[in-house]
Every structure is written in C-alpha cells, then in structure tokens.
Design a protein around this ligand. Structure first.
Ligand code: ZN
Length: 117
C-alpha cells in the first residue's frame, strides 16, 4: 500500500492525464490490471496491490506526480510478489522515489534525444 506523499506536485511528468496510463501492466510474465478509483479499500491509503486478483489500485484524487509515484510504489509490490521476495516497507518507499525519479529523468532525456525537443 502507498501512503500519501509530501512531494512537489510540479514535477515534470511524461504522463499527463489518465488516458496515458495503460490498463494492463506486464510484470514478469503476468498481466496485472491497473485501476484508478475514488477510494482505496483501506481508507487512508492512496494505492494498493492485490496479488490474488493481479490488480493495482491507484487513487484518482491525487496530483499527477502523486499518481505516478503511487503507481511506481505499487508496481514494486507487484514485483515483490512475482519475483518472490519481500522488502521492508521503508525500502519500498525509498525505491518508489528513486525508481520514479530515474524514469522521469531518463525518459525525458530520451525524449529530448530521440524527438529533439
Ligand atoms: Zn506499500
């Protein structure tokens, strides 16, 4: 589960609106559903990973950057499940930021290189 963040909401994102997110994610060799919803079952959380149904939930009422980092967080939980290991939750939270920043910084850089913008 992902908790509410204190991140700067003005992070430059390659993912703008929800239509740019895929409905499904391939993790290892399994298809996971990605669903945006008004409220996560546990109340105060903003994301959830349900291995039994292979579903990642992401709360819709977050900023663009929060939705992005919540997705990264829940994908890390899905990777734990698919690859059979378990991290301390503090490590998941650090990876959420590190992996998210890595994707944002490098995909923007790749876009600049490939598209020349
Ligand atoms: Zn979590």
């Amino acid at each position: 589960m992902a908790r509410k963040k204190n991140f700067d909401p003005d992070v430059k994102l390659p993912l703008g609106d929800l239509s740019q997110y895929p409905n499904c994610l391939l993790i290892k060799d399994c298809v996971w559903q990605l669903k945006f919803c008004r409220q996560i079952e546990s109340g105060s959380d903003v994301g959830a990973c349900e291995p039994n149904t292979k579903t990642i939930y992401n709360a819709i009422d977050q900023s663009r950057s929060e939705k992005f980092y919540t997705l990264i967080h829940e994908v890390i939980h899905a990777i734990e499940d698919e690859y059979g290991f378990k991290l301390r939750h503090s490590a998941v939270e650090k990876l959420e930021r590190g992996v998210g920043d890595f994707i944002l910084e490098n995909f923007n850089a790749i876009n600049r290189i490939v598209l020349g913008d």
